[in-house]
Ligand binder design. Sequence first.
Ligand SMILES: [Zn+2]
Ligand SMILES: [Zn+2]
Length: 129
Amino acid sequence: MPTAPPSRCTDPECSELATKRGRCDKHQPIPWAGRDDKASRYGISSGTWRKLKRRITARDNGCCYRCGADQADTGPDDDPFVLDHIVPIAEGGSPTDLDNLGLLCPDCDQVKSRAEAIRGMHRARGRRR
Ligand SMILES: [Zn+2]
Ligand SMILES: [Zn+2]
């Protein structure tokens, strides 16, 4: 009995056959993809984002730019730090300018994201008036 016909990878620029979850091996969703949402939101490929993160990690010695926490203290295998836009894109920051990129520890990321969300809400409210 023949199995279901193979379908194409759902990645728009890919013509490979899907292997799992509607995608080819190359385009499998990555477990930590959630951390890359800042990148995908602004059309930066996750490969570019990872490269940028590596550069910033080297530049800043793996330290959080807000509180100075050292990524090395959390262990090299666990990589909880996120690459962050110091001036949010929504507030006019550049998406790929190295001067606008910095590492954030998970705590600072949470605090900063929340503050940005609140500012975003105020902006939306201000526009309505
Ligand atoms: Zn693919
Ligand atoms: Zn921090």
